[in-house]
Design a protein around this ligand. Structure first.
Ligand code: TXE
Length: 479
């Protein structure tokens, strides 16, 4: 076995962990990316203890030092974006172009928060009492636990780790099981960035053992989680029981409305990109396409023609548009939902099964069903390249369908009507709204997050990240 072995990082030391678990390549199961060892609860405890011990000094460290550390990390990620993108493509399965783009985004996020480390906001106000000043300042929240999913294995950790460190917190980062290579690569860069030992720790292992040990540790002050609704809800209950500060990003069932007055070619591009790129494994994926009856048939014909051009296969092949599904478990989920689509009486319009490729991998055809709003494929997050197409009588019906979901992450509309675009922006029950753009694909310097079952707690990213990663102090001074 010549592949690399990935280890955890605790208190400035690499920690092997037990066993030799396979880091799979979902496009070629016969050529694994590497191997990794997993930690037990005691080792996770050491990581949290190390983060707690490092907190007093780091929370008071010069903001300039924090800025320099984050700038170093951002610069190195940007300089190595092709190499890191290649690792990401092999480990998670999104195409090389998408993977390099994600690596670049991770680098930009570290650079953004390098600047924010020098811009920690505060306020000075007059008191209601004469001769008294009031200052409102922000301090680090403490030891932050980061639990991340596999679908953006560089960008999501970056948008949690960078603000945590920028605002003076210490970190224990638990990546998803199937992406230890990207987590190790990030940790390796951070290990050379000039951080005092214990400020950043990375722990590999299962959610049940390592994740649970992290969340249950009494020295943890805050938890930021991105993942599924059931796991998020369970963690939320645990966190509430011990008054932990929490931020949760969970699933989506994002609608893309296409009105009769839309530029139909543009709408088809938005739908194909939003529903199927990154193999549909984005929380902002357009998994419900809601099309006004007057253009429904034309939209179907154009979608089928466009989908016939999509090539599924090796993510490192520049001719390929859609890489494999990330894991066997996710593939089983996707195939289960395709069966559910048939069982509920939805009409298959494209795809619907696995794709044969020269290597043994989790390849699945992008799949489109004409469905009803009550079908399981229209209501539940699938997290694969499977979309439900719904027919709407008119704009009002389309808006009602768009909002008829427990989720509320992102909502999109394709229209040339200013009136409808404006109305939709105001009335879509979502944290993010897109007009004539795919629902997936957001900027890193503005808030990211949703409503309803999709999110809980303060927003992530941009200047709004300061809400979660700091706590406010109000000080009164009399001369
Ligand atoms: O998610 P989990 P998984 C959805 C998507 C996908 C499904 C399963 O529908 O099919 O979730 O993916 C850690 N205590 N999304 O299994 O289980 C886990 O180790 C502490 C949507 O990856 O939520 C991983 O690091 N931690 C989503 C992280 O939680 C625990 C992105 C997420 O795992 C834990 C990802 C526990 N008890 C998945 N159990 C989106 N919409 O962005 C698990 N973990």
């Amino acid at each position: 076995m010549n592949e690399p072995r990935y280890s955890s990082y605790i208190a400035g030391q690499w920690v092997e962990g037990g066993g030799s678990h396979v880091d799979e390549n979902p496009a070629n199961l016969d050529a694994p990316v590497g191997h990794y060892g997993v930690l037990d609860a005691a080792a996770v405890g050491q990581a949290v203890d190390a983060a707690a011990a490092a907190l007093p000094a780091w929370s008071l460290a010069a903001p300039q030092l924090r800025a320099e550390v984050l700038d170093f990390v951002g610069s190195e990620i940007l300089a190595r974006k092709e190499e890191l993108g290649r690792l990401l493509a092999r480990e998670e399965g999104k195409t090389l172009a998408e993977s390099i783009g994600e690596a670049a985004r991770a680098g930009q996020i570290f650079k953004f928060f390098a600047g924010e480390a020098l811009r920690i906001p505060g306020e000075k106000l007059a008191s209601t009492r004469p001769g008294v000043d009031v200052e409102v300042t922000r301090e680090p929240v403490g030891v932050v636990g980061i639990i991340a999913p596999w679908n953006f294995p560089l960008a999501i950790p970056a948008w949690k780790i960078a603000p945590a460190l920028a605002f003076g917190n210490t970190v224990v980062f638990k990546p998803a099981e199937i992406v230890p290579g990207c987590a190790w690569a990030l940790a390796e860069i951070l290990s050379r960035a000039g951080l005092p030992e214990g400020v950043f720790n990375m722990v590999l292992g299962s959610g049940r053992t390592v994740g649970q040990a992290l969340v249950a540790h009494p020295k943890l002050d805050a938890l930021t989680f991105t993942g599924s609704v059931p796991t998020g809800r369970a963690l939320l209950e645990q966190a509430a029981g011990r008054a932990l500060k929490v931020q949760m990003e969970m699933g989506g069932k994002n609608p893309l409305v296409v009105l009769a007055d839309a530029d139909l070619d543009q709408a088809v591009e938005c739908a194909v990109n939003g529903a199927f790129f990154s193999t549909g494994q984005r929380c902002t994926a357009s998994s419900r396409l809601i099309v006004e009856a007057a253009v429904y048939d034309r939209f179907v014909v154009k979608m089928q023609a466009r989908m016939a051009q999509l090539r599924v296969g090796d993510p490192l092949d520049p001719q390929v548009h859609i890489g494999p599904v990330a894991s066997q478990a996710q593939l089983d989920t996707d195939l289960g939902y395709i069966r559910a689509g048939h069982e509920d009486g939805a009409e298959l319009l494209a795809g619907g099964g696995r794709v044969d490729c020269p290597t043994r991998g989790h390849f699945l055809a992008p799949t489109l069903f004409a469905a009803r709003a009550s079908d399981r494929i229209s209501r539940e997050e699938i997290f694969g390249p499977v979309a439900a197409l719904l027919r709407a009588a008119d704009y009002e019906h389309a808006l009602a369908l768009a909002n008829d979901t427990e989720f509320g992450l992102c909502a999109g509309i394709c229209t040339t009507s200013l009136r409808h675009a404006t109305h939709f922006k105001r009335h879509a029950q979502a944290g993010m709204v897109m007009v004539n753009l795919p629902t997936a694909g957001v900027d890193p310097h503005v808030p990211f997050g949703g409503r309803k079952a999709s999110s809980y707690g303060p927003r992530e990213q941009g200047r709004y990240a300061v809400e979660f990663y700091t706590t406010v102090k109000t000080a009164y001074t009399s001369a």
